[in-house]
Design a protein around this ligand. Sequence first.
Ligand code: GLN
Ligand code: ZN
Length: 768
Amino acid sequence: MPVRAACLGYPRIGIGRELKKALESRWAGKTSAADLQAAAAGLRRRHWSSMKAAGIDHIPGNDFSLYDHMLDMAVAVDAVPARYRSVPDPLSRYFAMARGLQDPATGIDVAALDMTKWFDTNYHYIVPELEAGRPFTLNASKILAELEEARSIGVEIRPVVPGPVTFLMLSKFEPGASENRVPLDSLDALLPVYEKLLGLLAARGVAWIQVDEPCLVLDLDGPAADAYRRALGRLAACKPRPRVLIATYFGSVEHNLPLFAESGCDGVHVDLARAPGQLDGVLRGLPSRTLLSLGVVDGRNVWRTDLDAAHSLIRRALRSHGEDLLLVAPSCSLLHAPIDLASEGGLDPELRSWLAFSAQKIAEVRALADAAQSDAPAGPLFEEARAALSGRRASPRTHDAKVRARTAAVDEAMRRRAEPFERRIAKQKARFGLPLLPTTTIGSFPQTGDIREVRSKRRKGLLSNEEYENFLRGEIRRCVERQESLGLDVLVHGEFERNDMVEYFGEQLEGFAFTENGWVQSYGSRCVKPPVLFGDVSRPRPMTVEWARFAQSLSRRPVKGILTGPVTLLQWSFVRNDQPRSETCLQLALALRDEVADLEAAGISMIQMDEPAIREGLPLRRGDRPEYLRWAVDAFRLATGGVRDETQVHTHMCYSEFGDILDAIVEMDADVLSIESSRSGMRLLSDFRRCRYPNDVGPGIYDIHSPRVPTREEMAALLVLAAGVLPPGRLWVNPDCGLKTRAWPEVEAALANMVDAARQTRPRFGSG
Ligand code: GLN
Ligand code: ZN
């Protein structure tokens, strides 16, 4: 009997981003709900059929979502907060939870539920919000409808649901609920809903259900471990029920395997791409007759699998586990991978031969399952994989001797500024003569339709270089003038030449490639197309210097030169898997160090290196964190450490809460840190107090995620709050993040208020 192949989830968005288009035209009122449902059904059919054609035995269902799978589960257990319940139509209610609703006709005005990152991926899920005392009720309509829909085209699915413990661990209580309520306390109320669902599926003859419990790879405290004991035991004890596969991913489950092993559940999926080392421990700890799903094909990146390495893992499993008890699968849902390499016309053949997107990963899974019983697997896919692997290893594009020599020569001195902060800041103060509470912005200014149009014309070759550059110079000039008349103390050029803070640099660095259709879902209808960081990174020529020099020539005030930091470039790309991420990050840091040196030589006196993604890279397990923080901080220090004392290094962070890595941020030793904080009501300040943040800081006082113009008074109040925690002499005044998504009128009004707030506050702290 051949080993069976499985898939945990397929990308939802569609190869032509059909789901995005269908959603957005529905939201714009251009199409009907029925149009949207038809588009969605078409995608599901296509995805199921292609998996079936590829020979996948366990095909997922209910992995599709119109917005997000956690939101789907919230609806399935009726965790619908009161404020949405007045929206009568289920689909409108669903989207109200996902994205808020302002309906003048009914007077309904509700904000969206919170959204946050799904583990350490770039996918964002909707955070379910629980109401104290509200019972859960099963609403299985979506799950059952997909079951019928699949059966109507002859596909038998394995329904996928987020498991009860993961669901609760990722939920939160409504604002205002008692402080000491934790969602896991609701487990006993929730489990009957899962039991009922199992019963319904059993009644319909469903063989397997996939219960996703990625939280099983985390460090679990006593109550969480206990919750798992109860939850998995209850699911296993349920009768009648389909067989239950507990899916874990994004790390090793070995340390929590006993929780599964004692439960009586029928199968477990393990992520062997992320954590191949767990296999032996898992095999030892697994009760006999348990199905083991081997996640050997990486679901989170774009590289062709080393099929021989994957094959030998499968062989190891076969030695102690019967073939009928094994599944071969991707490591996690393919949600995090692009869809099909076949739609990439522009990649050069060599690079292309190194890649595998979802459709190719599915084929790899099948080939591995087919080859499981053979000692010496052969066949075209194995041959191609071997050729790709050896080609990749030998290619000068992945091994550039010059880059290697440079990284080998890096030493601690290169990562250290010549003088400590106290000395540097004294020299910088003398150089710049800024007022107390200096005002600045984070870098980008509104990207108007005009600007986007010009960039797109230029991409299509409809505009000469000269025309394009003249246009940008005009934009920069106007932007600098506006900042001067607003009275900002430290200026920026506006970043009009940048489409995206990673792409802009990736396009100019060696080692990066760009796909045409390599989209992955970020949230809802939002997709990103991360660059592919495939080779050794170097910087053939300066990337930002001319624009920075031009901007600085327009003003006597300092104009910051703005760069994206090494960790963020790494974090927002598909990164090569043939060397440690730390090594790739080091190469990025050296390339940026050259850019920093050139900026300084061009007379740029302040250089800001943005690292918004530094918190996202933090490993899920506590024990792995110090090592990551060490190399991430080192990369930043290497990139910025070469400048003179008088050159002021800024950094900027956002999109996360930084309290738990503040000690690492201190070690980055930037002269000035601007950091998102206004939305949390400056919650970060208590962390600053705790770690005695030593350098200059600008906690954001203007929430740029909203079109609302904050008043002078409220920003002044935030400044006073900040000055109660940080010495006023160390404080900067700035928004939370860049302004590129905003419109000029609101930006000008808000910045005018911000500058006023600083002026009004200065005298309180001794200087006008
Ligand atoms: N300098 C960038 C900007 O202002 C920073 C963007 C970010 O933090 N995500 O747009
Ligand atoms: Zn930001």
